[in-house]
Ligand binder design. Structure first.
Ligand code: GLN
Length: 539
């Protein structure tokens, strides 16, 4: 029987429920359990696909094309197993389903209400992944903070589920904050007590408290928390600020979060977690022998969460190269013809980021021209690839004002065009080319050597594509389509022949980079940047 762990948050948001959930899952997986994590978000958007990254950070895309919360990225990076549509559910999706059913007449004669109709649908979704019998344990992270009006139906659903599942089959972990008051010189437990009280009002007694703190919790504090929150003393888990999110599983192991959880679920704790590979990764991460600075040119640079998967992919690829990768975020808008050289000095590689809309386009083109002409490693991702194509069209092929149809629908040279299948699309939500698509790699190309195979599949999220009318012209001039979708013939990768590393993909390789499997494009881009840095030093 599948067992369920629910993770709630108290006191404040941004305590890192996603990382705690992923860390616990990692430990359980390392003991041999089959685990997945799902996130229930209390907002009304059907999914975060239409949200500005400033609202909620990056939109993460699953293999099956769901546009999801960025925490799913953490789940995949930690567990190295893919998530799916079912792993992220919002209030909007729940209501949409119930209201559609109401219109169909499924509730004829009945008043449709939050309890039981909405809560029933939440419960059904919470158990969906468990039904397949594929998992031993399902961790459900509840977005938001206990006490918020909007998370009430989710909390009520958890209360009911706990009762239905019976004792020993589920547990609730409450993640809270134990703040340090500098003036008093002590850690304070009251916010946690209040937050647990709120949970109790809703009928839920948490089994485990995970306490975020900047200072170690001494025995007295632990006892106090245990006594006033009705939990065992070994169920008070310290979660101290860590140098990296990848340290958290080991910190949780030390605090025996996994053991406490398994004991409560009456599951065996016999197999110690096998974390050899994880520790080897951490060893490399913490003992780099080199350092390199790459620039990320984008539009949402004030909020690094907007590029979460890219920055994490650099951490994985850096460790693989035993190299610390410093990512310098550069606002595309700030780049001009006069300052591009200065902006990119001491930069050993440039990534042009994914994105939407025209803002910053000219700055991106300027950065690409510079790295193309100066043989600095370049890596274009999605919009970054489209920009590389536009730049090459304008400055090498002489197609004056060539552009992407997205930026200038009147351009004479739409070298990036709206995809055929997108032409009739009016709705904005969930209608892009989403999820994994196959790609065939050209023999003898740089990417063929990097991937070490000629068939790959990568995740997409876009409406525009390379315009094949121009393909011959591009290839003649040295920009090769080195990856092609075998079914639709869409160009998925371009690369330059006469450049040490100029590779751009229409897909998002960052979404598939995990601790266990750093993405080969990131790994080789870091290696190329490192080589560039070393060569520059010798000059
Ligand atoms: N705006 C571009 C498109 O829709 C690129 C999207 C992206 O970078 N994810 O095609």
């Amino acid at each position: 029987m599948t067992k369920y762990i629910f993770v709630t948050g108290g006191v404040t948001s941004s305590l890192g429920k996603g990382i705690i959930s992923a860390s616990l899952a990692k430990l359980l997986q390392a003991r041999g359990y089959k685990v997945t994590i799902q996130k229930f978000d209390p907002y009304i958007n059907i999914d975060p696909g239409t949200l500005n990254p400033y609202e909620h950070g990056e939109c993460y895309v699953t293999e099956d094309g769901a546009e999801t919360d960025l925490d799913l990225g953490h789940y995949e990076r930690f567990l190295n197993t893919p998530t799916s549509q079912a792993n992220n559910v919002t209030t909007g999706r729940i209501y949409q389903y119930v209201i559609d059913k109401e219109r169909e007449g499924a509730y004829l004669g009945k008043t449709v209400q939050v309890v039981p109709h909405i809560t029933d649908e939440i419960k059904r979704r919470m158990c969906l992944l468990g039904k397949a019998g594929q998992y031993d344990i399902i961790i459900t992270e509840l977005g938001g903070t206990v006490g918020d009006i909007e998370s009430l139906p989710f909390i009520e659903a958890v209360r009911q589920l706990r009762w239905e599942l019976g004792s020993n089959n589920s547990l609730v972990i409450h993640l809270t904050l134990v703040p340090f008051l500098a003036a008093a010189g002590e850690l304070k437990t009251k916010p946690t007590q209040h937050s647990v009280k709120t949970l109790l009002e809703y009928g839920i007694q948490p089994d485990i408290l995970v306490c975020r703190t900047e200072h170690h919790l001494n025995l007295d504090i632990r006892k106090k928390l245990a006594l006033f929150c009705n939990v065992n003393i070994n169920a008070v888990i310290e979660s101290i600020d860590a140098p990296s999110i990848y340290d958290v599983p080991l910190l949780m192991l030390k605090e025996q979060l996994d053991k406490t959880a398994l004991t409560k679920l009456k599951l065996s704790t016999k197999n110690e977690p096998n974390l050899e590979n994880w520790k080897a990764f951490l060893g490399k991460l913490k003992n780099p022998t080199n350092e390199v600075t790459v620039a990320l040119v984008g539009k949402y640079v004030e909020l690094p969460d907007a590029y979460k998967s890219i920055s994490e992919a650099f951490i994985h690829a850096g460790a693989m190269n035993e190299c610390k990768v410093k990512v310098k975020y550069i606002a595309a808008e700030s780049i001009t013809e006069n300052n591009v050289e200065e902006k990119l000095t001491r930069i050993s590689g440039v990534v042009v980021a994914p994105g939407f809309g025209e803002r910053g386009l000219e700055g991106k083109l300027m950065a690409i021209r510079y790295v193309r002409e100066h043989h600095v490693p370049f890596f274009g991702i999605c919009l970054g690839m489209q920009c590389a194509v536009v730049e090459f069209g304008r400055n090498v092929l002489g197609l004056k004002n060539a552009n992407s149809f997205e930026m200038d629908p009147k351009t004479k040279y739409p070298v990036i065009n709206l995809m055929e299948e997108q032409k009739g699309v009016i709705n904005m939500g969930g209608t892009m080319r989403l999820g994994v698509y196959d790609c065939e790699i050209k023999k003898g190309s740089k990417v063929a050597a990097i991937y070490g195979k000629n068939k790959i599949s990568e995740r997409h999220r876009h409406r525009y594509e390379f315009n094949n009318d121009y393909l011959a012209q591009y290839e003649d001039a040295g920009m090769i389509a080195s990856g092609i979708n075998p079914k639709s013939n869409l160009v998925e990768i371009v690369e330059l022949k006469n450049h040490p590393f100029f590779i751009a993909g229409q897909f998002h390789p960052e979404l598939k980079s995990t601790v266990a499997n750093p993405h080969p494009l990131f790994v080789s881009f870091v290696a190329a940047s490192l080589a560039h840095a070393k060569a520059a030093k010798q000059k």
